[in-house]
Write a protein that binds this ligand. Structure first.
Ligand code: NAD
Ligand code: IPM
Ligand code: MN
Length: 364
């Protein structure tokens, strides 16, 4: 029996999580996998109910689980709380830090058949792309201390500290090269070594690690150039190895060039293989409560959970294939359609239902 802690969170989180749970139920029946899901409060919703974005019961549930399926947290209602109490920092960064989930994988794929969904020009999108962003997730300016504010009036300053240790860079770099060995043997390491000391260390350590993988081709790119190259020709990339902050930004670009923020899943793993799985996008307050959010990133995050935490590769693949069928057959939420075709958009639950049907009806 695999125990999954389900933390739906805020905004569209609960809406897309319902669909991911439907898909998990369907896949569990189909593949005869014993999955037990347990819901826990997190984020703004947990602040409203318990006065804390990451209640003790939620943390305990996560500690006892085999994996965490996470929705999204945050929103305008809680944005003005003191930083350490905010849903994003307290709950999301709290969980990433507590479980040492240093390896965040964000696979962004555009199959040529679906090139019309991309925001890229046709001649670029029709080549397709398959990029794996490997983002370091527990270091960098996100976690560096000191951070805060001091002083008054015009002299008031806000400050954050950007740190990387050799150990932190080494462990994520090894995983990037190992991932590339299973893919197309190319790593692009992203930094800002022309300005930042952390990036100079990053670059040096990644180079040392690269020597151990001579068959993997390897390059460095400055982050500004990397952002430009992603929209110019994403087909050139295989694995993009990124520090925390740059990986955050570049992965949003990756999401959008596959068609929508609502498509990109992610897996965050520690060195024991424990994982938390969540969409790369957020709680989308602008569309929350309307039943129109794209559930695919959440559903694909559940597929990554099956693959990495439950060792159920076939079941994961079956979900991924069903998602491709939905996209191929034009079963699309509004975010994937041009504005003059949105009247044909499917709702969140229609897309979830369609994906379940495909899984149910497919012979395995
Ligand atoms: P966002 O990712 O929530 O939304 C950006 C844009 O993408 C919006 O227009 C939104 O409608 C769209 N979008 C995102 N997911 C979508 C989906 N599944 N289907 C259709 N459209 C989708 O980013 P934001 O607006 O900057 O942030 C909103 C809140 O979410 C903030 O509080 C932010 O801190 C938080 N956030 C949380 C997470 C997380 O919990 N993992 C991640 C990112 C942002
Ligand atoms: C993400 C999000 C988070 C991050 C925020 C909400 C803290 O943007 O997972 O990409 O910056 O890591
Ligand atoms: Mn982000």
């Amino acid at each position: 029996m695999s125990n999954i802690a389900v933390l739906a969170g805020d905004g569209i989180g609960p809406e897309v999580m319902i669909e991911a749970k439907k898909v998990l139920n369907t896949i569990a029946k189909k593949f005869k996998i014993d999955i037990n899901t347990q819901d826990y409060d997190v984020g703004g919703a947990a602040i409203d109910l318990h006065g804390n974005a990451l209640p003790e019961e939620t943390m305990k549930g996560c500690q006892q689980a085999d994996a965490i399926l996470f929705g999204s947290v945050g929103g305008p209602k809680w944005a003005n709380l003191p930083p350490t109490q905010q849903p994003e920092r307290c709950a999301l960064l709290g969980l990433r830090g507590h479980f040492d989930l240093f390896c965040n994988m964000r696979p962004a794929t555009l199959q040529p058949a679906l090139s019309s969904l991309s925001t890229l020009r046709n001649d670029i999108s029709e080549k397709g792309f398959d990029v794996l962003v490997i983002r370091e997730l527990t270091g960098d300016i996100y976690f560096g201390e000191p951070k805060g504010r001091k002083g008054e009036g015009d002299e008031e300053t806000g400050f954050d500290s950007m740190f990387y240790s050799r150990r932190e860079v080494k462990r994520i770099a090894h995983l990037a090269f190992q991932a590339a060995q299973k893919r197309n043997n190319k790593v692009t390491s992203v930094d800002k070594a022309n300005v930042l000391a952390t990036s100079q260390l990053w670059r040096q350590v990644v180079e040392e690690v690269a020597v151990e993988y001579p068959e993997v081709s390897f390059e460095h790119l400055y982050v500004d150039n990397a952002a430009m190259q992603l929209v110019r020709d994403p087909n050139q990339f295989d694995v993009m190895l990124c520090p925390n902050l740059f990986g955050d930004i570049l992965s949003d670009i990756c999401a959008m060039i596959t068609g929508s923020m609502g498509l990109l899943p992610s897996a965050s793993l520690n060195s024991d293989g424990f994982g938390m799985y969540e969409p790369a996008g957020g709680s989308a307050p602008d569309i929350a409560g309307k039943g129109i959010a794209n559930p695919i990133a959440q559903i694909l995050s559940a597929a990554l959970m099956l693959r990495y935490s439950l060792n159920q590769d076939e079941a994961a693949q079956s979900i991924e294939d069903a998602v491709t069928s939905a996209l191929d057959n034009g079963v699309l939420t509004a975010d994937l359609l041009p504005s003059n075709q949105r009247q044909n958009a499917k709702t969140t639950s229609e897309v979830g239902d369609y994906i379940c049907q495909i899984i149910e009806n497919k012979c395995i």
